[in-house]
Design a protein around this ligand. Sequence first.
Ligand code: SAH
Length: 244
Amino acid sequence: MTGSLVIAGLGPGAEGMVTPEVLEALDRATDVIGYIPYVSRISPRDGLRLHPSDNRVELDRARHALELAAQGNHAVIVSSGDPGVFAMASAVFEAVESGPAPWRDLDIRVLPGITAMLAAAAAAGAPLGHDFCAINLSDNLKPFDLVLRRVHLALEADFVMAFYNPRSASRPHQFASLLDLLNDQVEPDRLMIFARAVTTPQQEIHVVPLQEARPEMADMRTLVILGSSATRRIGRFVYTPRRA
Ligand code: SAH
């Protein structure tokens, strides 16, 4: 039997946002691998082995999935949102690059999903209507100084910014440093969106001017969007006009 490895995005949370292509891959899977809360979204069935693992073991998880595929299984690695956005797809290719040569010939496919930034933007209106960038605030794999430098340069370019992994219990001060930087460099009424648990029953969307933004408004289930100088409110919606 020839094995395969699919790296699939489960979308931001709502069932209806899992693509038909991903559902089909999950139907064919013999093994599902991923971070515990994502694997818990998969219904158990006969012939399907679930392999939940802890966070921060991405490379081990990727190698495990590659081994399963090399042995002839249909392995699916699940990520939330899109698997290529601050998630498992890159980890798999890192593992392939440093792994045994036959892994390069495996049947590997990346199936996209709706990333948190897009679901959050849709819930708020159209804040990503003009040029934007996405920045991962986690410093697990890069120094936080680099994060602040990138934000500084993106402010200069007047991008809308989407911040992933804004604040965790193990690094509560970094989001506060980011807010300090923003308060130093941006007008106080610049709009910020705190979009929590988007598309789930716990969804909360808060839109505040920068001067009212507080570190506690963000946690690891929050996607934060900082508007550009043109981003504005219209009724309960936030949008960025299409022209600069
Ligand atoms: N691959 C994922 C991102 C993984 S990083 C994607 O494409 O969405 C994890 C971060 O994504 C979280 O800290 C949070 O900032 C964001 N996130 C994921 N799901 C979310 C949701 N339903 N609502 C708000 N933010 C979410």
